[in-house]
Ligand binder design. Structure first.
Ligand SMILES: NC(=O)c1ccc[n+]([C@@H]2O[C@H](COP(=O)([O-])OP(=O)(O)OC[C@H]3O[C@@H](n4cnc5c(N)ncnc54)[C@H](O)[C@@H]3O)[C@@H](O)[C@H]2O)c1
Length: 327
């Protein structure tokens, strides 16, 4: 089996590639990645010489690059490629529409033309928008509120339209907030850990009471693989860790783990415009396929903090202190 994985030099895509090559000896993977600021080849240093792995530098918005990547035929496309940072989407929304919506359209056309057996779109629970109570189910309305989540929702709707209109064999996963080793240090958990390592305060948006459901990257990629192999064509699957915490609670855990204090190391900053207060997903559908999250939140967070302490050289090359968004 040969798969095209896009955005495989990114945080979750790289974990997925390593996991899939390891778990499935009969799988070959072609990785198409535009190498934006968020890409890091070091995430795949361990597999770069594996004969079952090939990297192609190219943009999913470019039909010629996508064609080149699937020249020899592929059995599946797994689309991780995206602009992913909500704060950036508020500053430069057009790049999000380009990659997340238009890029997805180009991949869907390629899937259609090449009769790919499975197309999996990696999406996010943010497409449901703010969920004041209860949990989002897969058939709930999409009410995205940031340029990022609106672009991801636009992609999801394109994907579902290709299933309805052309019978393209699609699947969608909607993962919740993900954390773990090798996450780019603009995202809240690595940003906070690296600030705390450097004895800097962590910037907490608004009152810090926004709720997120934290999912370890190992659990996320196991869920995606499960859906790719055994999901029902045309269906959407939520993937959540079941770890609902406010950002304030998260800060307290990280501050404790890094041996700092809330009083001296938390700085309340002006809230993000349109900041969703709460996300929560119901994962019963994925659990029916036999998946369940395995990483306990406190253990996962502690091992992630340890990883950043032991891999300073990796994150220091990307980080500028005190900046939320790398220019
Ligand atoms: N990080 C999370 O918490 C989270 C949660 C749920 C879903 N997701 C989704 O998972 C996917 C991966 O997220 P991530 O955090 O690993 O992202 P990331 O920002 O770490 O990496 C994105 C990767 O995509 C590549 N890329 C960007 N634009 C491209 C383009 N036009 N063509 C080809 N490659 C391109 C980048 O070079 C990078 O390697 C995204 O689709 C995201 O929406 C992320």
């Amino acid at each position: 089996m040969r798969w095209l994985v896009t955005g495989g030099l990114g945080f979750i895509g790289a974990h997925f590639i390593r996991f899939a090559l390891n778990a499935l000896p009969h799988v070959e993977i072609v990785n198409l990645d535009a190498m934006t600021y968020a890409a890091s080849p070091e995430r795949l240093a361990g597999v770069k010489d594996d004969p079952r792995y090939r990297m192609i530098h190219g943009n999913i918005c470019d039909p010629a690059a996508v064609d080149r990547a699937i020249d020899d035929g592929v059995d599946a496309i797994v689309n991780f490629a995206a602009e992913t940072h909500v704060d950036r989407s508020i500053l430069v929304p057009e790049t999000f529409v380009q990659t997340d919506v238009l890029g997805t359209h180009v991949l869907l056309e390629a899937a259609r033309e090449h009769n790919v057996a499975r197309y999996l779109q990696v999406s996010t629970d943010e497409v449901y928008g703010h969920v004041p109570e209860g949990e989002s189910s897969e058939d709930d309305a999409l009410r995205p509120r940031s340029p990022y989540s609106a672009s991801k929702a636009g992609a999801d709707l394109q994907v579902l339209a290709y299933w309805t209109t052309y019978g393209t064999p699609v699947l969608i996963t909607r993962g919740s907030n993900t954390y773990g080793a090798y996450q780019y240090p603009e995202k809240i958990i690595p940003l906070f850990i690296t600030n705390l390592i450097d004895d800097l305060a962590v910037p907490l948006y608004g009152d810090g009471l926004q709720v997120r459901d934290w999912l370890h990257v190992d659990d996320h990629v196991r869920g995606i693989l499960e859906v790719l192999l055994h999901g029902e064509i045309g269906a959407v699957y939520n993937i959540g860790g079941g770890n609902l915490r406010t950002n304030l609670e998260l800060s307290r855990m990280l501050v404790d783990m890094c041996g700092r204090s809330m009083e001296s190391h938390v700085e309340y900053v002006t809230d993000r415009p349109g900041h969703d207060r709460r996300y929560a997903v119901n994962c019963a559908k994925l659990r029916e396929l036999g998946w369940a999250p395995r990483v306990e939140f406190e253990d996962g967070l502690r091992s992630t903090a340890t990883w950043y302490r032991e891999n300073e050289a990796w994150w220091r090359q990307y980080r500028k202190h005190g900046t939320w968004v790398k220019s």
